[in-house]
Design a protein around this ligand. Structure first.
Ligand code: HEM
Length: 119
């Protein structure tokens, strides 16, 4: 009996009923995709950068991707910009975030920062 399923564009066969999970953490740390994954370099995200358009998928992709993507991106930009206008941020060396994988990567113990008010 022929198994039922589908082939994707790379000829991977996926039998019907199988759950497929893509690790966004591994995608975002794959040196073939992001050679300097640990380096903070906003130019990697600049318009016209040479990254593949599926190299960065924090909101997933396809028909079931995050409906809050635009809202979340705009909210984060406003929150970060207004915070950095007023405060200098430094990580609390005694309470380092413990990463825990959920649908998105989270911290088990929160993210603790020291804020210094700017003049
Ligand atoms: C930084 C913030 C956010 C991240 C990283 C994020 C990430 C994601 C990811 C990865 C998925 C896909 C999950 C899957 O594959 O099943 C998802 C789905 C979803 N997100 Fe977000 N999200 C964020 C913010 C938001 C916000 C602000 C909203 C609502 C205002 C939202 C609403 C949803 C909903 C309703 C789905 C399910 C979509 C569906 O199954 O069709 N998310 N999100």
């Amino acid at each position: 009996m022929d198994p039922t399923g589908v082939y994707d564009q790379s000829s991977f066969f996926c039998p019907t009923g199988f759950l497929v999970f893509l690790s966004f953490y591994d995608l975002h740390h794959n040196p073939k995709v992001w050679p300097n994954a640990e380096v903070f370099d906003p130019s990697q995200f600049a318009p016209g950068s040479s990254q593949h358009n599926h190299a960065f998928l924090p909101f997933s992709e396809g028909s079931r991707n995050c409906i809050g993507k635009q809202f979340a991106m705009n909210e984060m930009k406003v929150a970060v910009a207004l915070t950095l206008l007023r405060f200098e941020l430094a990580p609390d060396p005694f309470r380092v975030p413990v990463p825990t994988p959920r649908i998105v990567l989270m911290s088990k113990n929160g993210i603790h920062l020291h804020l210094t008010k700017l003049l």
